[in-house]
Design a protein around this ligand. Structure first.
Ligand code: GDP
Length: 481
């Protein structure tokens, strides 16, 4: 096993690894957020290095955040603009407020998207803490909080914001109340999956010019909208410079932003050391079933076996036990980490590998940290466990995920893993093939716009450039490859 005890000692030669190739800033209090510096000890070093340009962009963002963050003079000045309908002169700092909304996987992906948007538009990101953001994540920026102050004047409106809100950009466009002469003090951007054609104009260059002047943006979204940012002419060059390896956007931004709090990190590390650290190989299987009904379902079980067997992730068993007794030394130990709301899938695998020997002689241990039964988005430890499980999955060597699940996208992105995706079953039948390898480790944007802003017509946005394609698990989705 590895020695995890000495991780806070500073060792200059290892600094680049500890700081994820320079991704993380120095100068944090290590004890307040152990995961920030300990996570590299639990993962293989990432083969993907952040570009020097991304690193310098992050450092200058940190400076901006510190200069404009909550409590600073520019922040106070900007707040006074909120009292006005229109602003008379430009303030020093502009902001984008991320509203806490939807399941944890969705929130992580949408927050990373809004952060990238903040980087591209020189805005300061402020995070609505919702029910549990503070309990789940450490502060990512040095010396200044990313949390929206509790007395922020618009907070009480967040829950009610929707497509028809008077300050919703799409609503204003639809009702032709967007004038070019005066600059509004704030706008609401509705980028939730149910958004309409007018809301989708957010992804047009011309609209960005207008939106860019507004000092306060409030965004509600449950989507990873990064792929469509690459199709905006004003952003694409900067994105190419930031991410020369295009499929690394979430991998780097996710590792930069999302550090589990010490409480969640305890869940991760205790589990890892008890069940995973001694295995020769670790396989993650993330089972998310969107069918109605309790489960476990036989067709999902069949799909898991068929995928893991065909892709040689797990060995077959020898059901003729007496004949198969032979001495094989030394034995390879594989640990299978199953995450699911339901305990049935892992129980099934576990019994199979207990009752029968494997044909390869490998020893298979099957482990499932939690079985919460159903989604309980508002319960505190529920999401702590969900985050811990996404993290644990990201520490495996090979990963199997479920189609359509943002929970799986987070795990694959943080881990730098190209997963095998269990395709979505139709009519309670396992698809054939059961799974396929992802083209890239990037998350899928589930609700992209299909609009050519210049030609003002519909267009297949998955066919415009080679690096933005339709997803493996959702034909209309878009992902970076
Ligand atoms: P998605 O619905 O699969 O895209 O993922 P989300 O994370 O956005 O929402 C699903 C929510 O259900 C999670 O936030 C968890 O609260 C819960 N959930 C789903 N699958 C699991 C699981 O395997 N383990 C745990 N602990 N929670 C899960």
């Amino acid at each position: 096993g590895r020695d995890y005890s000495n991780v806070t000692a500073t060792n200059d030669s290892n600094d680049s690894d500890r700081l994820l190739g320079g991704l993380l800033a120095t100068g944090f209090d290590e004890a307040s957020c152990l995961s920030r510096y300990q996570s590299p000890l639990y993962r293989k070093p990432s083969p993907y290095k952040p570009s020097p340009y991304l690193l310098s962009k992050l450092r200058s963002y940190e400076t901006l955040h510190k200069r404009c963050g909550p409590g600073t003079e520019p922040y106070k000045k900007a707040l006074t603009q909120l009292d006005q309908e229109h602003i008379d002169n430009n303030g020093e700092c502009k902001y984008v407020v991320w509203v806490s909304f939807s399941g944890l996987g969705n929130r992580i992906l949408s927050l990373a998207s809004v952060f990238l948007y903040a980087l591209l538009t020189d805005r300061v990101l402020l995070v609505d803490r919702g029910k549990d953001m503070e309990d789940l994540f450490c502060e990512p920026f040095p010396d200044m909080s990313w949390l929206l102050p509790l007395d922020f004047p618009l907070t009480s409106q967040f829950d009610g914001l929707n497509q028809d809100s008077p300050r919703c950009y799409g609503h204003m466009l639809k009702n032709q109340v967007v004038g070019n002469d005066k600059t509004l003090s704030h706008l609401y951007l509705h980028l939730v999956h149910d958004y309409g054609d007018h809301d989708k104009m957010f992804f047009c260059q011309g609209d960005q010019t207008f939106i860019g002047k507004v000092p306060w943006l409030v965004v509600k979204t449950d989507n990873y909208f990064v792929p469509s940012l690459w199709l905006i002419p004003g952003f694409d060059e900067e994105l190419e410079k930031l991410f020369p390896q295009k499929e690394t956007v979430f991998h780097h931004l996710g590792r930069y932003l999302f550090h589990p709090t010490n409480q969640v990190w305890g869940l991760v590390t205790r589990y890892y050391e008890a069940y995973l650290s001694n295995a020769d190989e670790k396989i993650g299987i993330q089972v998310r079933v969107f069918d109605v009904g309790a489960g476990p379902f036989q067709h999902v079980m069949d799909q898991i076996s068929s995928c893991t067997r065909k892709e040689k992730l797990l060995p077959d068993v020898d059901t003729v036990i007496e004949r198969s007794r032979r001495v094989t030394t030394p034995k390879k130990h594989k640990a299978v980490l199953v995450t699911s709301l339901n305990s049935g899938y892992s129980e099934n695998l576990k019994s199979m590998y207990w009752e029968y020997p494997t044909l390869t002689g490998e020893i298979i241990g099957v482990h499932q940290p939690s079985q919460e039964g159903y989604q309980q988005t508002e319960k505190k430890m529920h999401n702590g466990k969900a985050l811990a499980e996404m993290y644990l999955l990201s520490m495996t060597d090979s990963l199997v995920t479920s189609a359509w699940s943002t929970f799986g996208y987070v795990a694959q992105g943080l881990g730098g893993l190209k997963p095998w995706i269990l395709y979505k079953p139709e009519n309670r039948t396992a698809p054939d093939p059961a799974c396929g390898r992802a083209m890239s480790m990037e998350p899928c944007f589930h609700a992209p716009p299909f609009y050519d802003c210049k030609a003002k017509t519909g267009v297949d946005t998955g066919k415009l450039v080679p690096h933005v394609r339709h997803c493996e698990d959702m034909s209309w989705g878009l992902k970076l490859v």
